[in-house]
Design a protein around this ligand. Structure first.
Ligand SMILES: Nc1nc2c(ncn2[C@@H]2O[C@H](COP(=O)(O)OP(=O)(O)OP(=O)(O)O)[C@@H](O)[C@H]2O)c(=O)[nH]1
Ligand SMILES: [Mg+2]
Length: 359
């Protein structure tokens, strides 16, 4: 009798979820962004549509995504932008109509791109702008280039500044942090780690807000945290021990940040069937303790039967001011012209990446 009731409750829950679940897509812009989308597509995240767009027809042809858009013919001829972000932006506006058609149906649009190249840097802010105009929560999920990529650094921060104007929230993952976390990996594999992390972030957010949980976080919570704007980053860790998972996450942020100054956080854990509510609170509390009392915090926890004893912790920390970025990268005003000389100073003062590794 009880098991029948439970079965019926679960079925109606699923119908309810399917009906109310927000429509989510991930748009990969340029080579790096499309590679991340290719990986998300390979994992097959339920409830997430994938879109890849690039000015490079050969790269785009190899990418697997639900929809692909070649940003070519009119300006670039299908051969990329050669690192020219202004050209990337121009082409994106030429294709504004097509981009709008693609993003229009969604409630949440994630935009992934590697900042520093021409296509991703130039097009991602345009996609963010168009998605936002159509009422979506537009969240950029972008990587900051390795210091060794030199000239790309300046282009990257121009892109971040534009994203800060157009996306609701810009989550940044600094490739240089990978040099500290996984120092021995060759660059290609380091990119794969970053792509996998992007998969985990999108998966974590999607599961968190679309599936019923032990401690629930819904679309409205996500929206409220994201539309506060600001620069954000991600904490991610997996461990069987509650204390260690917290330590691992807070000592390895993917951006050099000061937790104290963060304005908000969405913290979510997933554990196996043995995860008790008490243990879940212990982990969540471990992270919130690091944040200021004024921070706006949303917590969530979910059971995944496949996880056994592992606890996965993912937090999006918003309103951070990483020292590696110029102040204007946080200015919300659409009118303020970024002081590019401040950028020049920053490029000058970036340290030798190998010095970081051996520190
Ligand atoms: N996560 C990830 N980042 C990448 C990958 N490939 C490149 N990147 C990063 O993304 C930045 C931009 O490179 P691309 O994405 O290749 O450039 P693009 O946007 O295609 O621009 P153009 O080719 O210049 O038109 C690089 O500076 C790298 O830091 C990748 O496979 N995964
Ligand atoms: Mg390219």
């Amino acid at each position: 009798m009880l098991s029948k009731l439970l079965q019926e409750a679960l079925e109606s829950e699923r119908d309810f979820e399917a009906h109310l679940a927000p429509k989510i897509c991930v748009v990969g812009c340029g080579g790096g962004g499309s590679n991340s989308v290719h990986r998300i597509n390979g994992v097959g995240l339920e409830g997430v549509d994938t879109i890849a767009m690039n000015t490079d027809k050969y790269h785009l042809a190899q990418v697997k995504a639900d929809k692909r858009l070649l940003l070519a013919e009119r300006s670039t001829g299908g051969y990329g932008t050669g690192g020219n972000a202004e050209l990337g932006e121009k082409v994106a506006y030429e294709f504004a109509g097509e981009i709008e058609e693609l993003v229009k149906p969604y409630d949440i649009v994630f935009i992934t791109a590697g900042m520093g190249g021409g296509t991703g840097t130039g097009t991602a802010p345009v996609v963010a702008e168009l998605a936002r105009q159509h009422g979506a929560v537009s969240v950029a999920l972008v990587t900051i280039p390795f210091d060794i990529e030199k000239s790309r650094f300046k282009t990257a921060f121009r892109g971040v500044s534009k994203l800060r104007e157009h996306a609701h929230s810009t989550i940044m993952l600094d490739n240089n942090r990978l040099l500290e976390i996984v120092p021995k990996l060759p660059v290609e594999q380091a990119f794969m780690v970053m792509d996998q992390l992007i998969v985990e972030v999108v998966k974590g957010i999607t599961e968190t807000i679309c599936q019923t949980s032990m401690i629930n976080l819904d679309f409205a919570d996500f929206r409220n945290i994201m539309i506060q704007g600001g620069a954000s980053t991600v904490l991610y860790a997996e461990n069987e021990d509650a204390g260690k998972v917290v330590m691992e996450a807070i000592t390895n942020p993917l951006l050099d940040i000061d937790f104290e100054g963060a304005s908000g956080a969405m913290i979510h854990i997933t554990g196996g069937p043995s995860l008790s509510l008490r243990k879940a609170y212990e982990v969540l509390n471990g992270v919130t303790e690091k944040l200021s009392d004024a921070a706006h915090i949303k917590l969530g926890a979910r059971i995944d039967p496949d996880l056994c004893d592992t606890i996965k912790l993912m937090a999006i920390v918003t309103g951070v001011k990483p020292p590696c970025l110029p102040n204007h990268a946080f200015a919300p005003s659409r009118d303020s012209a970024p002081p590019w000389n401040e950028l020049d100073d920053l490029v000058e003062t970036r340290r030798d990446p190998f010095a970081r590794v051996s520190e």
